[in-house]
Design a protein around this ligand. Structure first.
Ligand SMILES: Cc1cc2nc3c(=O)[nH]c(=O)nc-3n(C[C@H](O)[C@H](O)[C@H](O)COP(=O)(O)O)c2cc1C
Length: 556
């Protein structure tokens, strides 16, 4: 084992929660220092994105099957729609005097460490493109650089035709303010959610999201001029990954950008001053150290070895794909007096989590899937309550079975899905306890743990640590969205007792590790909160934040 791998595994170990012994954090909510959830770049022109344009009307399955959808041109209306439906504000919530924004993507603690930077084309006449940061608060791009049209053409040619480049970054402090050392895990999970959210919104526009796994964070930083930014102390944005969103007509873009192209982008006069998010930042130094150790390029794109399961094509919702995305919320409570959910819903939900090379969001060209689902089934009609395993990676059970408790039944539980019943029984209390004693994990229809194969780290190297969490976040986003389509609701659960989960599954070595939990059921709405529409006051906010009428400022 290399030293770097040992250090990454060390991070994973010391950030485990156990009953009465949580990973290191401040232990209090330091409200004076609560980070601003909105990053803004000042001193640059802004490009307002339209938000009153009609949503795509295609149905539920068009979230997955982009070929059903007419590809839109890559103009500002469609790019605005992409961002609005993936990373935009979904509503403002209020209680008493407090008001806070929710976003299309969920986030641990609603702290939203993920930011997006874009390189987009000029207008239809092929003018200058632009490199900008997306501000969901006012739904604008802060234009940090102009892209000469000939440079844009080079990028476009390299990536296989029309499209745009999106870079996701994380501000670790936003999460470590509350969660301390465990925060790196949450930032990575949130990035996975955002990636799948972008992939779904792109699919509705007839576009395909493809990652550039070879473009490592340090090169992305240079490419976007991050190395020349005077960051507020402790509030640096660290690139997670870059992806191309195109039509997918001329094949997939190469896995990396040529160094000469990165150099040319890096040489642009990148401008803009990032705002300070907190008066004082606590440095949880193990986070930056581990992020650095895992920051290399990713290897082995593709989905080899995974058995292809045809999509179950029942369209279960009269809602459009866009309406489903807009309704996504986390459940805070479940109705456990209501009848159990139908088996058909359970099967359709699980089906969408299976990786498929031609369907969103798992066609993003990340390395082969490495996560299976351990399911705590509580209340699903026609299926016994108990512990189940969904082998997303194929029907290969040998490695897992060898590790797990010897008395598990391994009974095939579905004719189509790679679903196995390990043990029958009422696991409501156990499931709730495993998720840091949160009732939502036991009062739902089912909850689950996402079990990653850490052999991947030995095979692919430490950068795989990032992509394992992204895969978990993407599975989470699929379940959030699919639950909404069925009139159900999900909640991601980052707080769980790691090794207690492994113990219940009989996992003795460190090879299989639970990275993320999630629960799904029939929600009970919290009627004490007020809800306001996302962008009702956006024009006024734009005036206040960006100064003059931003429409006059744009040089685009
Ligand atoms: C990675 C991750 C971990 C989360 N962990 C928990 C958790 O342990 N308990 C919980 O009640 N909610 C959890 N949530 C849900 C968030 O609190 C929720 O997404 C956030 O408050 C925003 O609300 P919304 O999802 O309704 O937009 C988690 C969400 C994510 C993405």
């Amino acid at each position: 084992m290399t030293d770097t791998l040992a250090d990454v595994l060390h991070y994973h170990r010391v950030t485990k929660h156990a009953p009465g012994r949580y990973a290191r954090s401040a232990g209090i909510m330091d409200w004076e220092n609560q980070p601003n959830p909105f990053r803004l770049y000042s001193g640059v022109p802004v490009l307002p994105l339209p938000f009153d344009t009609p949503d795509p009307t295609d149905g539920h399955l068009s979230l997955y099957q982009r070929n059903r959808n007419r590809p839109r041109p890559f103009d500002l209306v469609a790019i605005g729609k992409l961002l609005e439906l993936s990373l935009g504000i979904s509503a403002w919530k209020g209680a008493g005097k407090s008001r806070w924004a929710l976003r299309m993507n969920p986030s641990s603690g609603n702290l939203h460490p993920t930011e997006a930077h874009l390189l987009i084309p000029g207008g239809p006449t092929g003018g200058e493109g632009c490199g900008g940061h997306y501000s969901p608060l006012t739904h604008v791009l802060e234009q940090r650089a102009s892209l000469p049209s000939e440079l844009w053409q080079q990028l476009r040619e390299h990536c296989g035709g029309d499209g745009l480049l999106v870079v996701l970054t994380s501000i670790h402090w936003r999460e470590s303010w509350k969660y301390g050392e465990r925060a790196l895990r949450y930032c990575l999970l949130d990035a996975g959610h955002a990636l799948a959210g972008l992939s779904f919104a792109a699919a509705l526009l007839g576009w395909r999201l493809t990652c550039l796994p070879g473009l490592a964070p340090a090169r992305i930083s240079r490419m976007l001029g991050f190395d020349r930014i005077d960051w507020p102390a402790g509030e640096t944005e660290r690139p997670d990954l870059a992806c191309w969103i195109g039509c997918g007509h001329r094949g997939t873009p190469a896995a990396d950008l040529p160094e000469a192209l990165v150099d040319r982008l890096a040489a642009l006069p990148w401008a803009g001053h990032p705002n300070r998010l907190s008066p004082a930042v606590v440095d949880w130094e193990i986070i930056a150290r581990t992020a650095d150790l895992a920051a290399g390029p990713l290897s082995a794109p593709g989905l080899p070895g995974t058995r292809y399961h045809p999509l179950m094509e029942e369209a279960v919702s009269s809602l459009s794909g866009a309406q489903i995305l807009r309704r996504r919320r986390s459940a805070t409570d479940f109705d456990h007096r209501h009848p159990a959910i139908p088996l058909a819903q359970f099967r359709l939900l699980l089906d969408k989590t299976l990786p498929r090379h031609d369907l969103a969001p798992f066609d993003a060209r990340l390395p082969p899937p490495a996560i299976d689902l351990a399911l705590f089934v509580h209340r699903v009609e026609g299926i016994a309550a108990g512990l189940y395993l969904l082998l997303r990676r194929g029907d290969e059970i040998a490695a897992m079975a060898a590790e797990m408790a010897p008395d598990f039944a391994w009974r095939k539980a579905d004719a189509q899905l790679p679903l196995f019943c390990l043990q029958c029984g009422d696991l409501r209390q156990i499931a709730s306890h495993l998720s840091c004693d949160q009732p939502i994990a036991g009062e739902s229809a089912f909850s689950l743990g996402m079990i990653a194969d850490f052999e991947t780290l030995r095979r692919e190297g430490t950068p795989a640590y990032r992509r394992l969490f992204w895969e978990a976040g993407m599975i989470g986003q699929v379940l959030y969205v699919e639950a909404e389509a069925h009139g159900l609701r999900a909640t991601g659960i980052g707080c769980f007792f790691d090794d207690e989960v492994h113990r219940v599954l009989g996992l003795r070595s460190e090879r299989f590790q639970s990275l993320y939990h999630l629960t799904v059921g029939r929600p009970v709405e919290d009627r004490r909160l007020t809800t306001l529409p996302p962008y009702a006051e956006a024009e006024r906010l734009r005036q206040r934040i960006h100064g003059r009428n931003p429409n006059e400022e744009s040089s685009h």
